[in-house]
Design a protein. Structure first.
Length: 82
């Protein structure tokens, strides 16, 4: 199969399952909550539906920088109240 890109994410991948299977998998994930694009891609790869073609260093603000953002917000809020 030819390589494709995740829309809006720029991550290159190769499908390892039929499109219908991938679509169904994503719909089922969405029914369980509101996953980020990062979570969807990682789960698809983990479960063997796609293979990601990159250095494996995917990141998103909701997974890697959440604590940093919370600390920054706390510092900002503290300054605003002083």
């Amino acid at each position: 199969m030819r390589a494709r890109y995740v829309k809006y994410g720029g991550v290159k991948f190769v499908p390892r399952a039929p499109r219908e299977s991938i679509d169904r998998y994503i719909r089922e994930m969405s029914e369980k909550g509101n996953p980020s694009l990062y979570e969807v891609v990682r789960n698809l790869e983990r479960d063997g539906l796609i293979s990601i073609i990159n250095d494996g260093d995917l990141m998103t603000s909701d997974t890697r920088f959440r604590e940093l953002m919370l600390r920054e917000y706390a510092q900002y809020s503290k300054r605003e109240t002083e």
